[in-house]
Design a protein around this ligand. Structure first.
Ligand code: AR6
Length: 365
């Protein structure tokens, strides 16, 4: 997945480079810096001593030593002083410089902690916004896997007001769907009651015979052979009479997910690269989908394309159905997706922040 948010200890993340939220001496400290030095071993500090420190907003690289990454990129975030001292620009520069350095080192995957959001006091929600915006801008022109590693639950991935608004939407939809199912149960109960009453009447002779209609050309049923109790639908008999082969039937079915996707991309005048980047989908996965007519994607992949193509809710359901999925009002994940689509809000980074905040799987590959 080009952009991912996870909750973890960054010293355990396997990727080409992890980023350290260091101080300008680069000689270690507390927080994530301390954890990285402890996990990497003393050789890391020895190499850091040779670097001559680092300016705020800049980044320098060392090897990863005992860490499961090739490089550690050390960057120095700004100390929060109320927001009027260029903190945002400096924090943006930390992410940008680290990404540029990772690219120049040939890294294909990089993981960031939430720089400046601990000891340096940068408000967490704003720190997440700066991280997401800068990473998004970078990924617009590059293929790289970038992971934002949030350590604690309090690292607000979205604003309180958005969180509350989504919560309200989910609660309302749950309530509606449960009202509906209660109504369905009541009507099912009354139907069952009606059926019970009619069953009490004697069955007309021959009425059940319709249930035993033979398929054309089938052998005579043996005595005592189990008899199917389900009525054979008329349509099945028609299909049998026309002797439609399975091959013909499959050939005549709807366009596949892959065909529908490529058609929609063309209809919107988008390029493949624009589409997979907007969908937070890896280029290799997109090529696989493009070349395999029968490719069966994950639901998160279909939804990522629906967001990239800015599909309406009915269009999204139609694309989902091509891969055998739907959206349910009983699933939090589905409702969060519906929340954004029904508002015409198609920013996959924002949607993924919200999915993360609600502990749901992110969309993309
Ligand atoms: N993995 C991922 N994230 C972590 C981890 C971890 N193991 N440990 C902490 N965090 P901070 P800063 C999160 O204070 O604000 C050091 O002393 C933490 O929850 O580590 O940039 C340096 O030497 C927070 O969200 O870095 C500097 O002097 C985020 O990482 C100073 O702190 C950053 O918190 C830098 O302060």
């Amino acid at each position: 997945m080009p952009f991912n948010i996870i909750r973890d200890d960054i010293t355990r993340v396997k990727c080409d480079a992890i980023v350290n939220a260091a101080n300008s001496s680069l000689l270690g400290g507390g927080g994530v810096d301390g954890a990285i030095h402890r996990a990497a071993g003393s050789e890391l500090l020895a190499e850091c001593r040779t670097l001559g420190g680092c300016d705020t907003g800049d980044a320098k690289a060392t090897k990863g030593y005992k860490l499961p990454c090739r490089y550690v990129i050390h960057t120095v975030g700004p100390i929060w002083q109320g927001g009027g001292c260029g903190e945002r620009e400096l924090l943006t520069s930390c992410y940008r410089r680290s990404l540029e350095l990772a690219l120049s080192l040939g890294c294909e995957s990089v993981a960031f902690p939430l720089i400046s959001a601990g000891v340096y006091g940068y408000p967490k929600e704003e720190a997440v916004s700066v991280a997401v915006e800068t990473i998004r801008e970078f990924l617009n022109g590059q293929d790289m896997d970038v992971t934002l590693v949030l350590f604690d639950r309090s690292a607000a991935a979205i604003s309180r007001s958005l969180y509350d608004s989504i919560t309200e939407y989910i609660d309302d939809a749950y309530a509606d769907s449960h009202d509906d199912s209660a109504a369905r149960m009541m009507s099912a109960n009354s139907m069952a009651m009606g059926a019970a009453l009619s069953e009490a009447k004697p069955q007309k002779p021959g009425r059940m015979m319709g249930l035993f209609r033979k398929e054309k050309g089938s052998k005579k049923r043996e005595k005592n052979e189990a008899v199917p109790m389900m009525p054979q639908p008329e349509v099945l008999e028609e299909v049998c009479e026309e002797e439609v082969s399975l091959e013909n039937y499959l050939a005549s079915r709807d366009e596949s997910f892959s065909e529908a996707l490529l058609r929609m991309i063309d209809e919107r005048g988008l390029t493949d690269a624009e589409t997979y980047r907007k969908a937070n989908i890896d280029r290799k996965l997109f090529s696989k989908i493009r070349s395999d007519r029968g490719y069966r994607p994950k639901k998160q992949t279909v939804l990522a394309f629906a967001i990239a193509l800015e599909l309406t809710l009915p269009e999204t359901l139609s694309l989902l159905s091509k891969a055998g999925y739907t959206l349910s009002d009983s699933l939090k994940f589905d409702l969060i997706i519906k929340y954004f689509i029904s508002r015409g809000s198609y920013d996959i980074f924002e949607i993924n922040r919200a999915l993360f905040a609600f502990d749901q799987t992110l969309i993309g590959c």
